[in-house]
Design a protein around this ligand. Structure first.
Ligand SMILES: [Zn+2]
Length: 159
């Protein structure tokens, strides 16, 4: 499918060396709309929404924020969140920005680990953008949903 002009512009900023050193696209040459729609199809098959995934990720990051740089017990998971100076702007140019904060989560039962930044959470929650194939920060929707125990609710609720 041909890329629309707006997406083509967004895509330029997602390449390596623009907003962030490694970019958001990896080796993925598909139009943005195709990357997003294929991941949405995967999620539809799993009956999980990108918003639910983003919220579950954010809840875990908040647990880690209780003790920055330390490993925090969060029920079925261990969470370690680290913060750095500064902010990262959203490449979709919605005037949103994310603190430079990384979260490493380990599932106690399986010892499996996943890591994400606050910007990654925003991209998934708001834009259904899991990043391009081959990007160091891409999270595969299926693996992420399984890790977070969704659909269902392994991740502890705040409220
Ligand atoms: Zn955004």
């Amino acid at each position: 499918m041909k890329e629309n002009p707006r997406d083509a512009l967004l895509r330029v900023d997602m390449e390596a060396g623009r907003l962030i050193k490694d970019g958001f696209l990896g080796e993925d040459h598909r139009p943005l709309s195709d990357i997003i729609s294929q991941d949405l199809d995967t999620l539809a098959g799993l009956q999980v929404s990108h918003v639910e995934l983003g919220r579950a990720m954010r809840r875990l990051t908040r647990k880690g924020m209780a003790a920055i740089g330390e490993t925090v017990d969060a029920g079925d998971y261990l969470v370690k969140t680290e913060e750095y100076m500064g902010w990262l702007g959203c490449p979709f140019k919605d005037a949103r920005r994310a603190a430079k904060r990384n979260t490493l989560v380990r599932d106690k039962a399986t010892n499996k680990e996943m890591r994400w930044s606050d910007l990654t959470i925003h991209l998934i929650e708001e834009h259904a953008f899991f990043q391009g194939k081959g990007s160091a920060f891409r999270l595969e929707p299926e693996a992420l949903a399984a890790f977070l125990g969704l659909p269902g609710a392994l991740v502890p609720q705040d409220e």
